[in-house]
Ligand binder design. Structure first.
Ligand code: NAD
Ligand code: LMR
Length: 338
């Protein structure tokens, strides 16, 4: 069913076996929406990831071309393409990790919630496929509005009887990546040395950077705190406006998605101490979902960390974040329950 007839099953298995002998576990990863602005660079970076043995690229358009192109790269992962709904099940069967950047992006003047009407249905269909074909896979959900699409996915999995909260992760890594970059600029540091926890959700005021917990320990003036918080919360809009109708962040998002997916795969492999922020089922606040630091292990988000000490500015921000998040989560749940 796949689009690479020159690579038969036995040669794929030989390559996977060869990798196993080399000590690499070789995970199977699917990207849904793989021909899109995020999907293409994400697929390229995953093709370069040594933890990936098989890479399935699914889209409703253009996946054959992207697959042919990437399949010429002399890296270990075997790439196969899948086009359109009839091939969704083949794309998903046997996958360890499913990354979902399918859906429409924003144009200037839109909020992420304006994408709900189109993207909710796309996420629902794709997650029904996951529930049927790879119910034990880890899911990295990128499609916006993440604050609603993660609750939608959870409800789809609950309905199918496959829901495991540890395996469903909304990707908020881009907020952390931006926060690290902008904070490093203010501190005059290399961004690779900076780590900023960003909690809450992935939209406007729900994006809550915890500047009081920045590593290395740093202090900020009230003006710096205000500037950094606003810039981090509006990072997505900054890119949407600069692209002026041609879409939203794709390259930095692909980088962030791979950073997060790689952490998930290292967790699956059994590495110790793999920590990332993600939007997950949570008991940290009274809301059913919340982004905080999580520990990624063999079964997904094995530990969800508390917020830690907040300063007054962050406590005020947390209340605003929770208020908006509550509505977005409810909207997602209602979409499936209606
Ligand atoms: P894009 O339009 O360039 O690509 C989307 C791809 O999804 C297209 O190739 C399209 O054919 C495909 N698609 C549409 N319906 C599909 C379906 N039913 N099944 C499979 N594929 C389908 O958009 P993009 O810039 O790649 O953004 C994708 C999504 O990611 C948007 O919703 C955007 O808002 C979101 N996003 C999230 C973050 C984040 O931090 N979580 C960051 C950036 C963008
Ligand atoms: C982002 O943060 O860049 C994405 O959520 C895309 C957007 O619409 O801003």
């Amino acid at each position: 069913a796949h689009l690479q007839p020159q690579m038969d099953e036995s040669s794929i298995l030989r390559r996977a076996d060869c990798r196993a002998k080399g000590g690499s576990p070789g995970f199977k990863v699917a990207i849904l929406g793989a021909a899109g602005g995020i999907g293409q660079p994400l697929a390229m970076l995953m093709k370069m990831n040594p933890l990936v043995s098989v890479l399935h690229l699914y889209d409703v358009v253009n996946s054959p071309g992207v697959t042919a192109d990437l399949s010429h790269m002399d890296t270990g992962a075997v790439v196969r393409g899948f086009l359109g709904q009839p091939q969704l099940e083949s794309a998903l069967t046997g996958m360890d990790l499913v990354i979902i950047p399918a859906g429409v992006p924003r144009k200037p003047g839109m909020t992420r919630d304006d994408l709900f009407n189109i993207n909710a249905g796309i996420v629902k269909t794709l997650c029904e496929g996951v529930a049927k074909c790879c119910p034990n896979a880890i899911v990295n959900l990128i499609s916006n509005p993440v604050n609603s699409t993660v609750p939608i996915a959870a409800e789809v999995f609950k309905k199918a009887g496959t829901y495991d909260p540890k395996r469903l992760l909304g990707v908020t890594t881009l907020d952390v990546v931006r926060a690290n970059t902008f904070v490093a600029e203010v501190l005059g540091l290399d961004p690779r040395e900076v780590n900023v926890p960003v909690v809450g959700g992935h939209s406007g005021v729900t994006i809550l950077p915890l500047l009081s917990q920045v590593k290395p320990p740093s202090s900020f003036t009230p003006e710096e705190t205000e500037y950094l918080t606003n810039r981090i919360q509006n990072g997505g809009t900054e890119v949407v406006e600069a692209k002026a109708g041609a879409g939203s962040a794709t390259l930095s998002m692909a980088y962030a998605a791979v950073k997060f997916a790689d952490a998930c795969l290292r967790g699956l492999r059994g590495d110790a101490g793999v920590m990332e922020c993600a939007f997950v089922a949570s008991e940290v606040t009274e809301l059913p979902f919340f982004a905080t630091k999580v520990r990624l292990g063999r079964t997904g988000a094995e530990e969800v960390y508390q917020l830690g000490p907040l300063n007054e500015y962050e406590r005020v921000g947390l209340e605003k974040a929770k208020e908006e998040l509550a509505g977005s989560i409810q909207k997602g749940i209602a979409f499936i329950k209606k």
